[in-house]
Design a protein around this ligand. Sequence first.
Ligand SMILES: Nc1ncnc2c1ncn2[C@@H]1O[C@H](COP(=O)(O)OP(=O)(O)O)[C@@H](O)[C@H]1O
Ligand SMILES: N[C@@H](CCC(=O)OP(=O)(O)O)C(=O)O
Length: 256
Amino acid sequence: MHKERIVIKVGTNVMTNKDNRIVRPVLRRLVKQIAELYDRDIITLLVSSGSAIAGKEVLGKSKIKDKTQRRQVYSSIGQPRMMRLYYDIFHDYGMKCAQVLPTKRDFSPGIHRQNMINCCEGLLSEGVIPIANEDDAVSVTMSMFSDNDELASLIAQLINADKLIILTDIDGLYTGNPNAESSNLVKNVNPEEDLNKYIQDNTKAEGEGRGGMGSKLDYAQQAAAQNIPTFIANGKKDNTIIDIINGKSIGTKISL
Ligand SMILES: Nc1ncnc2c1ncn2[C@@H]1O[C@H](COP(=O)(O)OP(=O)(O)O)[C@@H](O)[C@H]1O
Ligand SMILES: N[C@@H](CCC(=O)OP(=O)(O)O)C(=O)O
C-alpha cells in the first residue's frame, strides 16, 4: 500500500499546440512528475484524454459523415498512439503503465463496478500506473461519460483517492472570460457553491475535447463533496503537480 494515491486528469488542450498536434515534451513533463511522486511513495492513476486528436493526427480529415462513427474511428486509431507514447516515456523513467478503458456502465453498482475496482486496485498494488480513458470505440449514448472530467471524478471516488488534480490549459476557474483584465482567478471553492455564472461558452472544435470549464467544476465539486480535495490547474506550466502536492497555492482548489 502506498502512502498516498492521487488521480491526475490531463485534458486534450494541455497536450496539443495551436495546430492540434500532440506535444511530446508536455507528456514527458507529466510523466517526470508522476515518477518523482512515485519515488515519494505517492502513486498516481492517470486519466488521459487525447485519443480523438491523436487519431485525427494520423488519419487527417475523415470521409465519414456520421459524427458518432467519426469519433469512434478517430479514437480507435488514436488510443494506441497515445499508449505508445506513454509506454515509451514511462519506460524511460523505469516505470510500468497499463491501459484501462471504461465506459459509464463500469461505475454502476454491481459486478461491473466491482470488476473496475479489482482492476484498478490490482494495478496500483503492483506499482503500475493505470492510464484510463473513456472507451470511445464502444461508448455511445447510454454508456458515455459526459467527458473525462466525469470519468476522473468517478474513478477518484472509486479508489478513494487522497487528491484529484484536473490539468487543463488555463490556471483554474476565472470570474469571467479568462482573457479579460477584469477576471480574477478563484482560489477556493466549496462543493455547494453555484459558480455557473462565471462559465463562458465553449468554442472547441471536434476532437479538441468535450465538456469545458462548467463540467470540470461540476465534477470537481462532486469529488470534493466526498472529501477528495480537488484542484483545477494549468498542465501546460512546469511542475504544477509537484507544486500542488507540496502545498503551494496554485490553481483553483475545491474542497469541503
Ligand atoms: N470562467 C472560466 N474560467 C476559466 N476557463 C474558462 C471559463 N469559462 C470557460 N473557460 C474555458 O474552459 C477551457 C478549459 O476547459 P476544456 O477546454 O474542456 O479543457 P480540457 O481539454 O483540459 O478538458 C479554458 O481553456 C477556457 O477557455
Ligand atoms: N475520450 C476523449 C476525450 C474526451 C474529453 O473529455 O476530452 P477533454 O475535455 O479534453 O478532457 C479522447 O481521448 O479524445
